[in-house]
Design a protein around this ligand. Sequence first.
Ligand code: THU
Length: 130
Amino acid sequence: MRDLIEAAKAARTMAHAPYSRFRVGAAMRDEQGRVHAGCNIENASYPQGWCAEPSAISGLIMAGGTRITEVAVMGNGDALCTPCGGCRQKIREFARGDVKIHCCTETGELIRTFTLDELLPASFGPENLA
Ligand code: THU
């Protein structure tokens, strides 16, 4: 878990968050054990910004990953920063319900671990379209 948290922490330092000043780092482990990290990237046209989680998912997909097996995320300070609703659904596309999501402080201390099922119960996913 430590490598994942350290990757999220490093990614957070790259956040482009001049408007909210809320810097987020996320990291995702793929089915091969590789770690992909990303940060939030805001935009002067506010709705065009995006979260750290899709940045990390983009890296995972571009590296040929197909599944998310573990997630770490952190925001500012010591406050709990869980993935937002939209990000939960984006993670869901590539993750089973038992995938762990580690929420950490900005210094990388673990606050709480959730499963995706806990954060997104009774979810809609690719199976629904099969
Ligand atoms: N943010 C994330 O990057 N991930 C989340 O799951 C929650 C919110 C970002 C979006 C925006 O740049 C900033 O945090 C404040 O909402």
